[in-house]
Design a protein around this ligand. Structure first.
Ligand SMILES: NC(=O)c1ccc[n+]([C@@H]2O[C@H](COP(=O)([O-])OP(=O)(O)OC[C@H]3O[C@@H](n4cnc5c(N)ncnc54)[C@H](O)[C@@H]3O)[C@@H](O)[C@H]2O)c1
Length: 250
């Protein structure tokens, strides 16, 4: 097993990429704390993990709230006896409008969850992972953090911020044996893209805009996250791994 005896937190673990990664981590031997703002979905992920013989707890968490992140890390460490893997994955999209029409409140909420949430995850996980002898932090950026796209300014800016934050953290915490990497998924079949799917005109274009001509699955992203979490990636830090079917090169 690739994560034998490892202790992991997955934020946004109630759905999509986070759920797929949480289940995959557990199948590979990790004990998992599933963190999500949605209790029903988070508890469902815990049940899925238990069904495959894994060990998991749910901790209701808003990643934009530092007290809740602190509590998440404390509960995980107290329950399982440490922390090795932090997957800072929770995220939301923004209303597709021009920057001039985007409400300031919406900008703040998107950046608070997608970027500050990752900052808080790093800030409070690093001391705990360090105490456990080191480990791996993986942050979810996006294809849209690496390129521009009209009407997605808050989302794109937040995800671009994750790329550089990841590099900074890699430089700061390598000496504690903590690797910090990001993933940049392309279009993946989860709840976050539901609106795009409803758009009969745009969806055929969006869904094929990469080298493979199809969208990805949460499991395909979880495979990449598992690799970065595992010792197989022992000399990889500060990088952003595209998991986009060639979307960035398109
Ligand atoms: N699906 C895609 O096409 C795609 C592409 C690139 C990046 N991403 C990123 O992948 C990550 C996971 O998204 P997904 O595609 O699985 O979507 P999803 O909507 O299925 O899952 C997101 C999860 O995050 C949770 N969440 C939202 N706000 C939260 C908060 N404040 N605190 C804690 N949890 C919160 C939601 O309840 C949900 O369970 C996000 O960061 C998203 O931006 C997704």
């Amino acid at each position: 097993m690739r994560l034998n005896k490892k202790i992991a937190i997955v934020t946004g673990g109630g759905s999509g990429i986070g759920r797929a990664a949480a289940v995959r981590f557990a199948k590979e031997g990790a004990t998992v704390a599933v963190a999500d703002i949605n209790s029903i979905m988070g508890e469902e992920t815990v049940s899925l993990i238990k069904e495959v013989g894994g060990e998991a707890i749910f901790v209701k968490t808003d990643v934009a709230d530092s007290e809740q992140i602190k509590q998440l890390i404390q509960i995980t460490s107290n329950t399982f006896g440490g922390l090795h893997i932090m997957f800072n994955n929770a995220g939301i999209g923004n209303s597709e409008v021009r920057s001039v029409d985007l409400a300031e409140e919406e900008w703040d909420r998107v950046v608070d969850i997608n970027l500050k949430g990752v900052f808080l995850g790093i800030k409070y996980a690093v001391p705990e992972i360090s105490k456990s002898g080191g480990g791996s932090i993986i942050n979810t950026s996006s294809l849209l953090g690496l390129k521009g796209q009209k009407y997605m300014s808050a989302y794109n800016a937040s995800k671009a911020g994750v790329v550089v934050l990841t590099k900074n953290a890699a430089l700061e915490y390598g000496k504690y044996n903590i690797r910090v990497n990001a993933i940049a998924p392309g279009v993946i079949d989860t709840k976050i893209i539901e609106n795009w799917k409803q758009n009969e005109r745009k969806w055929p274009i969006i869904s094929r805009a990469n080298a493979l001509g199809r969208i990805g699955t949460p499991d395909e992203v979880a495979n990449a996250v598992l690799f970065l979490a595992s010792d197989e990636a022992s000399f990889i830090t500060g990088t952003t791994l595209s998991v986009d079917g060639g979307g960035l090169t398109y």
